[in-house]
Design a protein around this ligand. Structure first.
Ligand code: NAD
Length: 423
């Protein structure tokens, strides 16, 4: 990672704290996580050899409720990244006003290199190391980059074997048949879509005249592309770790997904026929683009939905989008934030734009502890209410203080946390 995500997070905290005159003792308290676990996870690989993986769990703050946040499997995971993500979870839960604190976990691993059995042993091994510190009333993990409902199912099962009783609320993002919530699989994207719709209303945009580029075609990005396409928005560019495709006329993300499944790379329908990147021309309506080029396209809305620190002081001046909706966590560095603010580009920040995931995770936990199962339409209705209320509250704070939506969201969240600490 080019830039230290935790330094970025602390710069954002500093900025909001100064603007709102946050109590110094609360500010100081929020400069580090309450607890960090670093664990070694020895796994017997399929070839019989032992390999030791490093895992982290950062429990940042639980003022508003149990620590809550995903577990990431990625070769670039670091303690600073996990700490930053757990801080952002603290702010995120407070921004959307749900009774949860902030946590995050990660394992340094390339999951694509592991067999299913190795992945299961690694996931169970992680829980064996952290189980005393998690639980439905303590710390509730969930999926994140390269972790899946299946992995959450293994983790829940391992936790329950260790504690000796059922506790489905210990983890969210589980498969539906294992206590998961309807709508959880696409809730991050759905929450982002509610933000796009709310933003479009403020900026007088209609779906047909709004072009969108999405970086990252995983859980968050691919669902976002499909839902927005269904609402009539024009998805002109998408990408994954291998690169991207662009179609000036707009594309059907379902087709891109189908091509990716068949050909292993994203593709588009181009002049009536299917084109994969290897067949695309580099000029004209359809073309292959790099991830860097995608970020600098002339579009109405840019959606970073992959990893952090992709919009930096090096490329911020070249961003031509009118607005950015951050589905990824931490895609914009503080320096880039300043440049984009000066350029008048509205950023719907990660702590708001991708909060749909944790909100439905909270619904899942709520259903588990009450032994209920809600219909998808009920889940989505509740999600919409929370997201629209949070969007409007942040928008009003932005107007009140004359700051970016990110700083406004931080101010809103910090006010809620500070109020609870004082009680
Ligand atoms: P995912 O693993 O499902 O997908 C990640 C996508 O990013 C993949 O398409 C991958 O090919 C792509 N990618 C990886 N490296 C890339 C690179 N260098 N350039 C461009 N694309 C690259 O992960 P996800 O769950 O969709 O998470 C994506 C982002 O959204 C992360 O920042 C995550 O923290 C955030 N997020 C996810 C959720 C959720 O519920 N899944 C919730 C909140 C925030």
């Amino acid at each position: 990672m080019a830039q230290n995500a935790f330094d970025n997070a602390m710069a954002q905290l500093e900025k909001a704290a100064n603007i709102m005159n946050l109590d110094t003792s609360i500010h100081t308290m929020l400069k580090q996580p309450e607890r960090v676990l670093t664990v070694a996870i020895p796994i017997t690989m399929d070839n019989g050899e032992t390999q030791v993986f490093t895992g982290f769990r950062s429990q940042y703050n639980n003022t508003l409720g149990p620590y809550k946040g995903g577990i990431r499997y990625h070769w670039n995971v670091s303690l600073d990244e996990v700490k930053a993500l757990s801080f952002w979870m603290t702010i995120k839960c407070a921004t959307v006003n749900i009774p949860m604190g902030g946590g995050k976990g990660g394992i340094i691993v390339n999951p694509k290199e592991l067999s299913e059995g190795e992945l299961e042993r690694l996931s169970r091994g992680f829980v064996q190391k952290i189980w005393r510190n998690i639980g439905s009333d303590k710390d509730i993990p969930a999926p994140d980059v390269y972790t899946t409902p299946q992995i959450m199912g293994w983790m829940r099962n391992e936790y329950e074997s260790l504690v000796g009783h059922s506790d489905p609320g210990v983890i969210t993002g589980k498969p539906i048949e294992d206590g998961g919530s309807e709508g959880r699989s696409f809730s991050t994207a759905q929450g982002g879509v509610y933000c796009v719709t709310a933003l479009a209303k403020k900026q007088n945009l209609t779906p047909e005249n709004t072009t969108i580029a999405i970086q990252g075609f995983g859980n968050a990005g691919s669902h976002m592309a499909k839902i927005l396409h269904g609402l009539g928005y024009k998805i002109v560019a998408i990408s994954d770790s291998k690169g991207g495709v662009y179609n000036k006329d707009g594309m059907d993300p379902h087709v891109a997904e189908k091509i990716k499944k068949e050909a292993g790379v994203l593709g588009v329908y181009c002049v009536g026929s299917v084109c994969t990147p290897s067949e695309l021309v580099t000029e004209g309506h359809c073309k292959i683009i790099t991830n860097e080029e995608l970020l600098e396209l002339e579009v109405d809305i840019l959606v970073p939905a992959a990893l952090e620190n992709v919009i930096t002081k090096e490329n911020a001046a070249n961003i031509k989008a009118k607005a950015i909706v951050e589905l990824a966590n931490g895609p914009t560095t503080p320096e880039a934030d300043e440049i984009l603010f000066e350029k008048g580009i509205t950023i719907v920040p990660d702590v708001l734009a991708n909060a749909g995931g944790v909100t439905v995770s909270y619904f899942e936990w709520d259903q588990n502890v009450k032994d209920e199962h809600w219909a998808e339409e009920d889940v989505l209705q509740k999600l919409e209410t929370i997201m629209v209320e949070a969007f409007d509250a942040v928008w009003n704070k932005k107007e009140e203080y004359g700051v970016s939506m990110r700083t406004a969201a931080f101010v809103q969240a910090l006010e809620r946390i500070a109020e609870k600490i004082k009680v």
